[in-house]
Design a protein around this ligand. Structure first.
Ligand code: VTB
Length: 321
C-alpha cells in the first residue's frame, strides 16, 4: 500500500527552506553566487534529511555549482522511512538577485508523491501563465496563443478591475519584447525583473498582493516548482514547452515530447498531496528577507498544503552561530 505523507511534513519542509535562507542570507550583495549556493544547498540537504520520507530529488542543483551537489537530481533525501516522494528544490531561486542584494531572492522546496511531477527532460524552457484563485477558472488554454490583451481582459473582468489597474510580471528578457509591447498597448502595467520567476508566480497566485498575472518564458524546473505552489494556493497555471534554440528543439523532438501541448496546473503536478515552502532571503514584496541581529536571525516563510488549501505565513526567530 502506498503511504501518504504525514500532515506535518510541510512544517518540516519549512525548516529546510529556512535553513537554506539562513545560510544564503549571509552572502547578500557579496557577488559570490556559487559560494552562496553551495552553503545554502548543504544546509537545505541536512534539513531535508530529517523529513520522514523516501525522497527522490527530481529537480535540484545539477549544473548550477559546476560540481556535484547533494541536491542534484537523482539524489535521495529524507530518513528513508515513510512515503516515496518527488522533491523539487532551489536553495536560492534568484542567485543573481542575492548576489546583487536585489529583492525577492527566496529559498524554495516542494514535495509530492513519487511520479506526480512533470519532468520533460531534456527541455529547458517553457511558456507560463499564472493567476490567482479568483481568476483560475477564467484561464483557458486559448490564453496561450491569444493576444495578451484578450487574456488580460479575461482576468480583469473576473477580478472586477480596470485594465489600467492590472499588473503583469515578466522576466526582463529580449525574447519578451513583443509581449511587453502588447501588454503596454492593452493598457496594463508591467513589472520587469532580471530573475526569479518562481517569486513572480507566487506573487501572481497570491490574491491582493499587487501582481495579477505572470507571463512569458522561463525555465522548466522553475515552472514545475511554481506549479507546486500555485496548485496548493488554488491558483491557475498554464505551461507549454518553448524551446529557445534549434539544439533544444531537436533534443525535445528526439525525446518524443510534444511542444504543442498546453498543460494545466494539475498536469504539471498531478497529486493533491503537494506541499510547498518558501523562505525569503532578500526582502521583497512577497516575504521579508533574513535579518541578523547578533546571535539571532529572523526569517519569514510561506507554507502551503494543497489538500486542505491551508496557507501559513511563518515568522521565526533562530539562534545562529
Ligand atoms: C527563470 C528564473 C531564474 O532563470 O526561470 C530564468 O526564475 C529563465 O532563464 O531565476 P534565462 O535566464 O535563461 O532567461 C533564472 O533567472 C535563473 O537564472
Amino acid at each position: 500500500m502506498t503511504q501518504e505523507p504525514a500532515r506535518n511534513i510541510g512544517v518540516d519542509l519549512v525548516r529546510a527552506t529556512e535553513a537554506a535562507a539562513l545560510s544564503a542570507g549571509r552572502w547578500m550583495g557579496l557577488g559570490k553566487r556559487e559560494d552562496a549556493d553551495h552553503a545554502a544547498a548543504e544546509a537545505m540537504y541536512q534539513a531535508l534529511n530529517t523529513l520522514e520520507m523516501d525522497g527522490h530529488i527530481v529537480i535540484g542543483e545539477e549544473g548550477k555549482l559546476g560540481m556535484h551537489s547533494p541536491l542534484d537530481s537523482g539524489q535521495r533525501v529524507g530518513t528513508g522511512e515513510g512515503p516515496e516522494m518527488d522533491v523539487v528544490v532551489d536553495p536560492i531561486e534568484g542567485r543573481n538577485l542575492l548576489a546583487l542584494g536585489h529583492p525577492d531572492a527566496i529559498a524554495v522546496a516542494g514535495i509530492a508523491p513519487r511520479g506526480s511531477m512533470w519532468s520533460p527532460a531534456p527541455a529547458v524552457y517553457m511558456e507560463k501563465i499564472v493567476v490567482d484563485r479568483q481568476a483560475a477558472d477564467a484561464l483557458v488554454p486559448e490564453c496561450m496563443d491569444a493576444p495578451a490583451a484578450w487574456t488580460l481582459a479575461l482576468v480583469a473582468r473576473v477580478k472586477n478591475k480596470e485594465m489600467r489597474d492590472m499588473v503583469a510580471f515578466l522576466l526582463d528578457r529580449p525574447r519578451h519584447q513583443d509581449l511587453i509591447d502588447e501588454i503596454r498597448a492593452a493598457g496594463a502595467r508591467v513589472i520587469l525583473r532580471s530573475d526569479g520567476d518562481v517569486a513572480g508566480a507566487l506573487l501572481a497566485a497570491t490574491p491582493g498582493i499587487g501582481v495579477d498575472i505572470l507571463m512569458g518564458v522561463g525555465a522548466v524546473p522553475e515552472g514545475v516548482i511554481a506549479a507546486c505552489a500555485v496548485k496548493s494556493m488554488g491558483g491557475g497555471m498554464l505551461g507549454r514547452l518553448a524551446p529557445q534554440s534549434d539544439e533544444e528543439r531537436a533534443a525535445i523532438e528526439a525525446a518524443g515530447l510534444d511542444t504543442s501541448q498546453i498543460l494545466r496546473c494539475h498536469q504539471l503536478v498531478s497529486s493533491d498531496q503537494v506541499f510547498f515552502a518558501a523562505t525569503g532571503i532578500t526582502s521583497g514584496s512577497l516575504l521579508s528577507g533574513v535579518r541578523y541581529h547578533g546571535r539571532k536571525a529572523e526569517t519569514e516563510s510561506l507554507m502551503v498544503r494543497c489538500e486542505t488549501g491551508t496557507r501559513r505565513v511563518i515568522r521565526a526567530e533562530h539562534l545562529v552561530g
